[in-house]
Design a protein around this ligand. Structure first.
Ligand SMILES: *Cc1c(COP(=O)(O)O)cnc(C)c1O
Length: 497
């Protein structure tokens, strides 16, 4: 299938393997399908497929340059026994009125594993298909979970190096430990002084630094990205919306064809965009609820049509959502502006130079039709973890709690009784300090692994393999640098001439 950039005209078109390998378009835009797929399928039989086959089918709609065999082989390996639930994305029973789609049963305990167990396999295949001889350098900015999941996904994969930049002090103690202890000789995680947006902006800048790219090429390297800006990471995320729907039908919670809502705890807008794509592919979705934390730039955007990043940045108890520039919103706008790449380029330019932009009334109307938005403060997050726990003992993580709170508020205020699935993006064990405090009103004795142990003692449940492996690995020393030093550090790591 052909791909194009959201900010480029049709003079530059490439095939999916190249789009996956490049990650970001050289013009600063994001790759999108030239023609969005319009597959015909039987919803009942599609959604009763095992996860691996469902994934291979949906991937084949977008990545038909790979053979069905290759895709099925990859999905079978990506969604194998490194997951502690054979459904991969199991849907919970109803808790406090809603369903929770548990996307944290993979090796690093967050939903990023869904995409990042798959992306390295797509890249390896793409490198082979395009006869790429260069080594791939995966350069990634992370608010915590992408870093751990990409290190895990690419660990010791031949022909790849992974360099992850995360905000110093801006990730949770467990995330930090995961990044510093993931085994693999091709992995590097470095803290930068600044927040996630600083990391993401610098990474984008390095990607588009022509001179640096030339130097890389001379040393037989090329950049790629494992952020959700990479189309190869986004598409695998569509799958769990279909899987969730299938489970609702199979358990009799809904009838085939009934509409459902999904609430998505949102940062970079990748997860919820995958839901939007699922809807575009015909999945019966009523509303997509976009849930933010105190960094509620998206809440304001959906309510006013103005995106304004000029505001205070908060470090919250849902750190993976501490973001003010949600990159994947660009793909949604591209779609709502009927693929008008000139307008998209203008809006993105306004965002980087003035810090804000306003969408047209027509686009605003479309946004309001399909999305609902809300946010939760850190206190509301803790209160929501407790509310859901007191209902029937179900424990959710702070990110999921943001979504759960927004859903609860929306359901109280609206007459919408559509069955709702809350996308549960992380295991509570990834953020034990907040969860323990929410449940007991007491601080943990010590953050990180001791906190995890303390939460475990309190809950008395079974620890997943992902949590256990964390306990036995030894972390490396943390390295902290200024954003201005990123390029020189990369040169050093890669030993560039
Ligand atoms: C990354 C992440 C999010 C936000 O997802 P986006 O695709 O960036 O919107 C939410 N929760 C958790 C736990 C995450 O790791």
């Amino acid at each position: 299938m052909d791909y194009r950039s959201t900010q480029g005209d049709l003079s530059t078109i490439l095939k999916s393997p190249t789009a996956i390998l490049q990650g970001l378009a050289p013009d600063g835009g994001l790759y999108v399908p030239l023609h969005f797929p319009q597959p015909s399928y039987n919803l009942a039989s599609l959604t009763s497929l095992p996860y691996q086959q469902l994934a291979a089918t949906i991937l084949s709609w977008f990545f038909d340059d790979f053979t069905s065999d290759q895709l099925l082989k990859s999905t079978t390996a990506a969604y194998g026994d490194q997951w502690d639930d054979h459904l991969i994305a199991p849907l919970s029973s109803k808790h406090a009125g809603n369903y929770y789609l548990e996307l944290f049963h993979g090796p690093t305990l967050a939903f990023k594993d869904i995409a990042l167990q798959m992306l390295p396999r797509l890249m390896a295949q793409a490198a082979q298909d395009t006869q790429l001889e260069k080594q791939i350098v995966i350069l990634t900015a992370t608010s915590g979970d992408t870093g751990t999941a990409s290190m895990r996904g690419f660990s010791n994969q031949q022909g790849t190096r992974v360099i992850v930049f995360y905000p110093a002090g801006g990730v949770s103690p467990v995330q930090l430990r995961q990044m510093l202890s993931q085994p693999g000789t091709n992995l590097h995680a470095i803290a930068i002084k600044g927040n996630f947006d600083d990391a993401q902006t610098s990474v984008k800048h390095i990607f588009n630094d022509h001179a640096f790219n030339v130097r890389l090429a001379q040393n037989n390297y090329c950049f790629s990205s494992a952020n959700s800006m990479n189309i190869g990471r986004l598409i695998p995320q569509i799958v769990y919306y279909f899987a969730a729907y299938g489970q609702l039908v199979q358990t009799g919670a809904i009838q085939l064809g009934d509409k459902v809502n999904f609430t998505v705890p949102t940062g970079n807008f990748g997860d919820i965009l995958a839901g939007y794509y699922a809807k575009k592919l015909g999945l019966p979705i009523n509303k997509l609820l976009c849930a933010s934390n105190e960094n509620n730039v998206l809440t304001d955007f959906f309510q006013s049509g103005k995106y304004d990043r000029q505001r205070k940045f908060y470090l919250t108890n849902s750190p993976a959502m501490d973001i003010l520039v949600s990159s994947n919103l660009e793909r949604l706008l591209f779609d709502l502006y009927d693929e008008d790449c000139v307008t998209i380029a203008q809006l993105m330019k306004q965002l980087s130079t003035n810090g804000h932009y306003q969408v047209s009334p027509a686009v605003f109307a479309k946004l309001q039709q399909q999305f609902v938005a809300g946010y939760a403060t850190p206190d509301e997050v803790e209160a929501e973890i407790k509310r859901v726990y007191l209902n029937d003992g179900y424990v959710i993580d702070p990110h999921t709690a943001v979504a759960s709170h927004v859903t609860y508020q929306y359901q109280q205020q609206s007459r919408d009784t559509t069955p709702t699935v809350i996308v549960s993006t992380a295991s509570p064990y990834k953020f034990p300090e907040t969860v323990y405090h929410a449940l007991t009103n007491q601080q943990v004795k010590q953050s990180g692994l001791p906190a995890l142990q303390q939460l475990h003692d309190f809950l008395g449940d079974q620890l997943s393999a992902g949590v256990q492996s964390l306990i036995v690995q030894t972390p490396r020393q943390e390295k902290v640098i200024n954003p201005a030093e990123m390029e020189s550090l990369i040169s050093k790591i890669l030993n560039l001439k």
